[in-house]
Design a protein around this ligand. Structure first.
Ligand code: NG6
Ligand code: CA
Length: 511
């Protein structure tokens, strides 16, 4: 009896010691760029401008060469980042319109709700684009819920959709900030009156012209997707967004410096309309697209200064990533194509935003944790969908079996442990409507286009749809640009990957 009790005590002690060793609770800041391609930073090969702050982050941490987001548009990547589940499993996770209701329902296990279980304070500051409110959509003049606070964030300060969509107001927790009740905010899909000025009727007055779409309500000299009226006291200037994110973040970090905290810093740079602050305009020769990159680089520098000032750099895991690959003309005439010169926004990869080619989802991906992560370059396969499982593992939170269905624990790779390989496969998707997928397994890449059309034209020109076979196979080791379909030469591999992709889709989970 005595020996059984001793054995029990010993094993409990061992388990405790193991848990004590394993569990670490660094602060976590995920900085997500918007529409940034693999080649858009000098630490990833850009030569036409410099991004010193992000380069420093990479030099002090790990720069991944196979870091991905899960989709090549914003809403599905953000959905997967927060829920740990591939967006193609849930209809209604494509690019959200201005009046979209909340896409992630209260009760769903999310990255922030898991971190709350580990005792974290959590916040999202910046672009949301995952809908707000119940089934009938956002109540702009009332309480905007459900929203981030109903799915695990203690605090939110948001651009509610994306800035080429209406309305241009901030949402702090459940309310539009500075909304004057005597000037209610109305947001809709139909022109509210015959004389309502639009990008079509008042085109000559615009400070930046549109090239496709984006010709409805005008605010700050820029016409947008969708219509709105009222809420004038609440409206912001596009030029001030980055400063606002930085100031709000510094304040929030300072207030939570003694807790473990998780901050999702969701930049709007370099999404259209690209209107950097006046002090960044003209900083590069490439126009406002690259000027916005410089602005984002400045934001990263300011965040790092805040960590240094509060002595938090060694207590904080910083992640830099993007929500989808690059696009040049995304609806406004900002000279992104005309001024691109030698710059290649997708680096050596083909495709970009809206595409399942590598350029659509293989993006900059950096982790830094001073004093804990050994600096270097890693070719481990990691994805933004993996933070839920990885950070749960790090912080000692049990991941429920029926949640985060595609999130893989790659924490060893994220923290640069020698020999850590990350995932063994990854499914890539576009906006999720046409049955377009990529499957990467090792150096093999299967493209599946059920529509038999692919958006695979170099982003340096206008995107266009080209006819393709339903399935194509590429060897990324010799052909990273996915130029030569080798499916006919490797029928057995193609068969295996087709089956694997079909199984991941049919099983409803891959974890
Ligand atoms: C597209 C918009 C594009 C951009 C995108 C969403 C048109 C013609 N194009 O529908 O400008 O807003 O949606 O981008 O309206 S994302 O990065 O938020 O996914
Ligand atoms: Ca985006």
């Amino acid at each position: 009896m005595q020996s059984i009790r001793n054995l029990f005590l010993l094993s409990s002690l061992l388990i405790c010691a193991h848990l004590l060793n394993a569990v670490e609770k660094p602060n976590v800041i995920v900085i997500m760029a918007d529409d940034m391609g693999y080649g858009d930073l000098s630490c990833y090969g850009a030569t036409e401008f410099e991004t010193p702050n992000i380069d420093r982050l990479a030099a002090e941490g790990i720069r991944f060469t196979s870091g991905y987001c899960s989709a090549s548009t914003c809403t599905p990547t953000r959905y997967s980042f927060l829920t740990g589940t591939y967006a193609f499993r849930s209809p209604g996770t494509g690019i959200a319109p201005p009046n979209s209701p909340a896409i992630i329902q209260p009760g769903v296990v999310t990255l922030p709700s898991l971190l709350k279980k580990a005792g974290y304070e959590t916040a999202v500051i910046g672009k949301w684009h995952l809908g707000l409110g119940g089934p009938s959509g956002p109540d702009w003049n009332g309480a905007l819920k459900p929203g981030p606070q109903e799915i695990g964030f203690d605090y939110n300060f948001l651009l509610p959709t994306t800035n080429d969509r209406v309305p241009q107001v901030y949402v702090e927790n459940h309310r539009v900030l500075n909304l004057d009740p005597s000037d209610p905010l109305w947001v809709g899909r139909k022109k509210p009156s015959d004389d309502h000025p639009t990008g079509i009727s008042h085109r000559s007055t615009l400070k930046m012209d549109w090239s496709h779409g984006h010709n409805s309500t005008i605010h700050n000299g820029i016409s947008r997707i969708g219509f709105y009226t009222g809420g004038h006291a609440a409206r912001f200037r596009d030029e001030d967004l980055a400063d606002e994110w930085v100031n709000r973040s510094a304040k929030w970090i300072e207030a939570h410096q003694d807790d473990p905290f998780f901050l999702f810093f969701s930049s709007h740079d370099l999404h259209v309309p690209r209107i950097p602050h006046e002090r960044f305009q003209g900083k590069t020769k490439l126009g406002f697209r690259a000027d916005s990159i410089i602005q984002l680089d400045w934001c990263v520098g300011e965040l790092m200064k805040t960590l240094d000032r509060l002595n938090l750099a060694e207590k904080t895991l910083v992640v830099f990533c993007s929500d989808n690959g690059p696009v040049l003309d995304d609806g406004y005439k900002d000279d992104a194509i005309e001024k691109i010169g030698k710059h290649r926004s997708g680096g050596i990869f083909s495709g970009g935003k809206y595409s399942v080619l590598e350029g659509g989802t293989r993006t900059p991906f950096i982790t830094r944790w001073k004093g804990r992560v050994q600096p270097g370059v890693s070719d481990a396969l990691v994805c933004t969908i993996d933070f839920a499982a990885s950070l749960s593992a790090l912080t000692g939170v049990a991941l429920p079996r029926d949640a985060c269905l595609d999130s893989i624990d790659v924490i060893d790779a994220l923290l640069g442990k020698a020999g850590a390989k990350g995932r063994d496969h990854l499914v890539q998707q576009d906006n999720g409507r046409g049955g377009n997928y990529g499957l990467r397994v090792g150096d093999w890449k299967l493209q599946r286009h059920d529509s038999k059309r692919a958006r695979n034209v170099v982003v340096e020109r206008q995107l266009a749809n080209t006819a393709v076979p339903q399935y194509q196979l590429f060897d990324l080791a010799s052909d990273p640009a996915e130029k030569t379909n080798v499916l006919a030469e490797h029928p057995a591999i193609a068969k295996r990957l087709k089956k694997q992709l079909a199984t991941v889709i049919a099983d409803g989970r891959s974890r």
